[in-house]
Design a protein around this ligand. Structure first.
Ligand SMILES: Nc1ncnc2c1ncn2[C@@H]1O[C@H](COP(=O)(O)OP(=O)(O)O)[C@@H](O)[C@H]1O
Ligand SMILES: CC(=O)OP(=O)(O)O
Ligand SMILES: [Mg+2]
Length: 404
């Protein structure tokens, strides 16, 4: 087994790779960075060594292989290359783990085949995750490649939350059920929220709102997920940047039969041309808030629809949990968009939820409470750290000890 203390975490998306090198001894991050627009013109690599002096390269990255080799070169230039004996493992975010992968897993050929089999239920994500694993494995075949699945944390959902109310035989044959995603973030944030409250995760009920490009809500009771908003695929639930979230399945039949759209066209419509983008032409919440502020009606509608859906999930999960200790906002929108947090929680004093406007407007990268002293439910902003959680789980797996 490797004596290394560091884990390289890769989060490979369809046209990007985010990476972080994390030292598990002291939690330091010797380097992190991102390659964007892989396979497109105007590719960009941004590498940030801990020593400072962010490096940026604008060039074409033909594919993920070229991108990861460029990352390897950047790390080598800092003297922390992929050939370093300090590396204990490479941890990979894998979005869909299906029914089988409910724990971090060392990738073998057979595991890779199973992740590939799940592509139809995560077409935007699993293919890139697989490429990331293959390229990393070719670069360091001797190192454990550990897959950490977005679906894993949600495997504890009770059957009545995980099942769709459709014919059981059909559902079972095709493994159609609600899996949920962003689980690594929901797990990390729910625990960090308990810590912020000075409580044991086993004692608290938390609603986590992960609002990034993809967005999902979860109800976490005593450290276990009891419900989450995404389903068979990352399309269900909240209004997202480009995804519709909840929709009457009848819309699909209608668009096909009456609108003449093919199933693939409807897939693209709902996953890539809907949500905020579909409602107002923008999927960046900053831009939407700016336009809405200037009186743009489409942007206002998009904002209001986003918030309305969020409020329905807050209310729904309040009822699912019965007692709520905290509501935690996280990811790009949740951590930064004070107006979204304010609108999502406005007028809920009867539920014991009262956000303090001044605390809400503070900008900070630290976990913090934004509810007023008399709010029975703590409302918090808790920055997510999926990379650290992936590193911890990968490291714990290769050492078979808890790295907590
Ligand atoms: N300062 C900000 N105010 C409002 N929204 C922001 C801000 N910074 C980032 N965002 C939003 O965060 C979203 C991206 O979130 P992020 O968690 O980085 O996404 P992902 O990891 O899913 O790619 C974008 O919609 C962006 O508009
Ligand atoms: C599962 C999912 O939606 O992930 P992301 O937010 O990274 O698109
Ligand atoms: Mg994210």
């Amino acid at each position: 087994m490797s004596e290394g203390t560091r884990v390289l975490v890769l989060n490979a998306g369809s046209s990007s790779v985010k990476y972080q090198l994390i030292d598990m001894l002291d939690g330091s991050r010797p380097a992190s960075g991102l390659v964007e627009r892989i396979g497109e013109a105007g590719g960009r690599l941004v590498h940030t060594p801990r020593t400072g002096g962010r490096r940026e390269a604008v060039q074409v990255f033909a594919d993920h292989d070229a991108a990861l080799k460029a990352v390897a070169r950047e790390l080598a230039a800092d003297g922390i290359g992929l050939d370093s004996p300090d590396l204990a493992a490479i941890g990979h975010r894998v979005v869909h783990g299906g029914l089988r992968f409910t724990e971090p897993t060392v990738v073998t050929d057979e595991v890779l085949r199973e992740i590939r089999r799940l592509i139809p239920v995560a077409p935007l994500h699993n293919p890139a995750n697989i490429t990331g694993i293959e390229v990393a494995r070719a670069l360091r075949p001797d190192l454990p490649q550990v897959a950490v699945f977005d679906t894993a944390f949600h495997a504890s959902m009770p059957e009545h939350a995980a099942r769709y109310a459709i014919d059981r035989a059909v559902a079972d044959e095709h493994r159609v059920r609600r899996y949920g995603f962003h689980g690594t973030s929901h797990q990390y944030v729910s625990r960090a929220t308990a810590r912020l409250l000075g409580k044991d995760p086993a004692e608290v009920n938390v609603i986590v709102l992960h609002l990034g490009n993809g967005a999902s809500a979860s109800a976490v009771s005593g450290g276990r997920c009891v419900d989450t908003s995404m389903g068979l695929t990352p399309l269900e639930g909240l209004v997202m940047g480009t995804r519709s979230g909840d929709i009457d399945a009848g819309v699909v039949f209608h668009l096909h039969r009456v609108g003449g759209l093919s199933v693939d066209e409807i897939d693209t419509l709902l996953n890539r041309r809907s949500g905020l983008l579909g409602l107002c032409g923008d999927n960046d919440m900053r831009e939407i808030m700016r336009r809405a502020e200037e009186g743009d009606a489409d942007a206002r509608l998009a904002f209001d629809a986003y918030v309305h859906r969020l409020r329905k999930y807050i209310g729904g999960y309040y009822a699912v949990l019965g007692r709520v200790d905290a509501i935690a906002f996280t990811a790009g929108v949740g951590e930064n968009a004070a107006p979204v947090r304010a609108a999502a929680t406005a007028g809920l004093e009867e539920l014991g939820i009262a956000v303090d406007p001044e605390l809400n407007s503070v900008r900070s990268g630290e976990p913090r409470i934004i509810s007023s002293a008399y709010s029975r439910v703590a409302v918090a902003v808790v920055p997510t750290d999926e990379e650290l959680e992936i590193a911890r789980q990968a490291f714990a797996l290769v050492h078979r000890t808890s790295a907590d």
